[in-house]
Design a protein around this ligand. Structure first.
Ligand SMILES: O=P(O)(O)OC[C@H]1O[C@](O)(CO)[C@@H](O)[C@@H]1O
Length: 567
């Protein structure tokens, strides 16, 4: 069943109606489909070679048999695990598919590794059986430092493993003519999926970058594509932007952002929680530039309406049949309190295929309405250059640049003194995820929301550098940045490089901090110490009013029904 937007009164709001009318009079929808680059900028640079996502579905449909037989061959080769090495657009779509669907019975387990933090690299390395693992090296440019470092590590691991099949255990997904394509040839990779080159990373989930991992997970790729095709057809509707699901969402997000509600806050059914990871990159990297942009807020714990400021637009993705009680309660409470909530209903998980296309189209529309170029990422390079400079310093001087040493509490206090309406706090964690750490970060977000009424975001580094990093530096100057960095011990070497994974991750953290500070963005760094969870809990305690001395509430006669938390 196709995904349909819920008819929403929100679209009749005068601010949004006005933007939708403007979109109609500038023929935005028609001009996207005729690939008119002047819709965004007068120069076609990085626009006319970035619109392949409009047609890639057709090519992928033609390639369905090939994808299915590849997945079948992987099963026949008794592959138990697939490790995807990629960043940003090459990893976040697959991560959403992995989290949403998991592996079908009899299909390999998928690991998405998009980190240089040694603890994370070690975790995946230990979890797999190297001789029975397939490595997907995914990179559009074919030269991203994280991906190539991870490749070097796993190549060496396989080489040292008894019974390995060498290059036959590696598969590349890349653009034609890249260094990775050549490497795959030289090292005898099992195969290379050469992607259509006119698709930017964050628009590539419905190309080989998303669909090869989807096939390996055992998803019904044909079904995923058919939902996307249905949505694409709906996004061709030129009668009125209101009746075009992509244009309606894009126009609404842009109109609200221009009216001060620039924090697009995703509320999702539990099974769709990870979708926010992909939306974050799409919205942030596409719109966060020239001092403007939409700030995606994903994975924030649900809170009472008073915790939210007047800078929010809520978009709720509701999956039929999921555990929706908490989500539904929140939607009602937010609407009653006068917050704008736009609802999207998914009939089943395969409707995600449609959502991918809807949000891509919406982002292109929002880019036009905001007057920016949605297909470039002008500020991402800065952090990469800073990282390279820090690495060079480490190589020549043997040490990192010295940074102010504040205690965690001092750093957070200094940062939150600048909390004000319309600001957001971004937590950037260079560490290894764990359920406990995720829970403590969520709790810290909630404490900040309740105490300061500002939006909060959280991302793991270096993953976020290829996602929200562009917006942090190029978007509105409303972020407060809290970097958490772990000790990176024990470290893992990067074969044939002077730097280790730990050095690279540190250099990325330092490099991004410097970029943020160059852009006059308030940014502090906290050493997580030997017990990251405890460090974060100490920050939560600092923000939470002490309970000591309070009288115990009288015992209730009947226990309240258990509430499920959202994320
Ligand atoms: O697929 P690649 O070329 O390795 O790039 C990974 C990511 O890095 C960026 O180019 C910049 O962060 C993203 O747009 C992209 O998705």
């Amino acid at each position: 069943m196709p995904t349909r937007p819920t008819a929403s009164l929100l679209l009749d709001n005068p601010t949004i109606s006005k933007t939708l009318d403007d979109l109609a009079s500038s023929h935005t929808i028609e001009r996207i489909w005729t690939r008119d680059h002047t819709l965004w900028k007068s120069s076609p640079t990085e626009i006319d070679n970035r619109l392949g996502w409009l047609t890639v579905l057709d090519h992928m449909q033609d390639g369905l048999t090939e994808l299915r037989s590849f997945a079948k061959a992987a099963r026949e080769a008794r592959i138990t695990d697939v490790v995807l090495l990629g960043m940003g657009g090459s990893s976040l779509g697959p991560e959403v598919l992995r989290c949403t669907f998991g592996s079908a019975k009899g299909f390999p387990k998928l690991w998405v590794l998009d980190s240089t933090v040694p603890g994370w690299v070690r975790q995946v390395t230990k979890a797999i059986q190297p001789a029975r693992t397939l490595f997907l090296v995914a990179s559009k440019s074919g030269g991203t430092i994280e991906v190539m470092s991870l490749f070097a590590h796993f190549w060496e691991l396989v080489r040292r493993t008894k019974g390995n099949r060498g290059g036959a255990q590696f598969v590349a997904i890349t653009d034609p003519g890249t260094g990775l394509e050549q490497l795959a040839r030289e090292r005898g990779f099992w195969r290379t999926f050469t992607n259509q080159p006119d698709i930017g990373g964050r628009y590539s989930v419905l190309s080989y970058f998303g669909l090869v991992p989807a096939a390996l997970l055992g998803l019904d790729v044909g079904k995923l594509l058919s939902r996307a095709l249905t949505m694409r057809e709906s996004c061709r509707n030129t009668s009125s932007p209101k009746d075009n699901p992509g244009a309606a969402l894009g126009g609404m997000m842009a109109a609200m952002a221009m009216a001060g509600r620039d924090k697009v806050t995703l509320l999702t059914s539990p099974a769709l929680n990870s979708f926010g990871l992909w939306v974050e990159q799409l919205l942030a990297e596409s719109t966060g530039k020239e001092g403007t942009g939409i700030v995606p807020v994903a994975g924030e714990p649900l809170a009472s309406p008073t915790a939210y400021g007047a800078d929010r637009l809520f978009v709720a993705l509701r999956l039929k049949g999921d555990r929706n009680a908490a989500l539904d309660r929140s939607i009602i409470a937010l609407q009653r309190a006068g917050h704008p909530v736009f609802r999207l209903n998914l009939a089943d998980r395969y409707d995600l295929g449609g959502e991918f296309f809807r949000w891509e189209f919406a982002t292109a529309v929002a880019g036009h309405a905001l007057g920016i170029h949605p297909f470039d990422q002008p500020n991402v390079q800065e952090s990469k250059d800073n990282t390279a400079r820090v690495l060079k310093d480490v190589e020549t001087q043997g040490r990192f640049p010295s940074l102010p040493m504040l205690t965690p509490k001092q750093a957070l206090t200094q940062l939150l003194e600048q909390a004000a309406p319309n600001r957001y706090l971004a937590m950037l964690a260079y560490t290894t995820p764990s359920p406990q750490l995720d829970a403590s970060i969520r709790a810290l977000r909630k404490a900040v929301m309740l105490r300061h009424h500002i939006a909060t975001t959280a991302g793991y580094g270096p993953r976020y550098l290829h996602s929200t990093g562009q917006l942090h530096k190029g978007g509105p100057n409303s972020g407060l940045f809290l970097e958490f960095v772990d000790g990176m011990k024990p470290d893992v070497p990067v074969p044939e490089k002077f730097y280790s994974f730990g050095t690279l991750a540190q250099a990325q953290a330092v490099g991004d901090l410097q970029s943020l500070q160059t852009h006059q963005r308030p940014a502090v760094r906290i050493a997580l110490g030997p017990n990251p969870v405890r460090t974060i809990r100490s920050l939560i305690a600092m923000l939470t009013p002490a309970k000591a001395g309070r009288r115990k509430p009288a015992a209730k006669k009947r226990p309240l029904p258990k509430r499920r938390t959202h994320r």
